[in-house]
Ligand binder design. Sequence first.
Ligand SMILES: [Fe+2]
Ligand SMILES: [Fe+2]
Length: 442
Amino acid sequence: MRYRSHIISSTFSSSAHLISVFIFLLLPVPPPPADPRKMAAEMALVKAISAPKFGSPRRTFSYSKFTSIKISATAQTTSIPKPKPSKKANKTEIKETLLTPRFYTTDFDEMEILFNTEINKKLNQSEFEALLQEFKTDYNQTHFVRNKEFKEAADKMEGPSRNIFVEFLERSCTAEFSGFLLYKELGRRLKKTNPVVAEIFSLMSRDEARHAGFLNKGLSDFNLALDLGFLTKARKYTFFKPKFIFYATYLSEKIGYWRYITIYRHLKANPEYQCYPIFKYFENWCQDENRHGDFFSALLKAQPQFLNDWKAKLWSRFFCLSVYVTMYLNDCQRTAFYEGIGLDTKEFDMHVIFETNRTTARIFPAVLDVENPEFKRKLDRMVEINQKLLAVGESQDISLVKNLKRIPLVAALVSELLAAYLMPPIESGSVDFSEFEPQLLY
Ligand SMILES: [Fe+2]
Ligand SMILES: [Fe+2]
């Protein structure tokens, strides 16, 4: 369950540029290309294995408001017409928007320069070697073993709760797989320049492949499977410069850690909401994400130019805001899922934001003052505006009318984002790496 922000590759260096990035973030998703190959690619993400089976639910969920599942949160939802039936499989439509988990690529040549020990004397190889030993230990080698409880639990879910779980598994699997692809490529590309760092990336891709595979097995309980090979080729990749990869991936791993551990602890304390056994695996699973985050904090420390100036402060705040807002808007569209496992969505998100922000403050030079009640008020206003935007997208109006109705809403959303961004920040950072040891977060 990770949420990654969406950004462009230019080297922005002032708040004016940051404003343009926010505006970019809010632009409606363009309609899908007319190229039928590409359209088919977008659609063939989920293959139905066989007709779903339904059983009686173990307990009642309060899903009365939710009759359909959509992956959308922005002004316009990309509706893709159904493909012609093919021999391959029945394909389920997936809707893609700015808040859908994305795949990333970066400037690998620049990465090679950054990790060249001849060029960068700040690289603390002994620290990376210690981290490598940690990854080689492979604490979770035998953790991801399924049992018959999975299928039994899935068979008991029906109607909206079943759809919600499928969507949760799909999105989580996509996000984990996105990490796998990026880390695998970094492991491959850095092999010659810095074999230690390269091997850590490869071992992190091992972890992410395991996570994605486990979630995909979960989908098989619902008689579905994500076609990951196809996804690799078909999906569009978002380009991030290396420093943005570091900020975004660090946050993504840490927010993932806090989400998993919070759900795990909640369900341990409230086992009556344990409706699907995957959550029981989150305790060890989240330690993988925590280790990944720690590795990125070591990488950031080895590149002090990304942490020690005013631009670094602006970017740190920007990435914090992007990641927190993306999660909040996404989750507020899926309250049924969180209510289904006995959580209050907004409370859960604010807890995750507070904890992630506290962790992040140890390495980022500036973070947002998320504990100021005004920050949550702004997030809540963004949710309201986003709901109005979604309503416009779903209305029967012609597209010109829809776009006209969106203008004031998008302006209001940009203004809330800017106001949140410009709230007085918290100066942070400069904590030694030893404070990032995973056990401190238990
Ligand atoms: Fe993962
Ligand atoms: Fe991870």
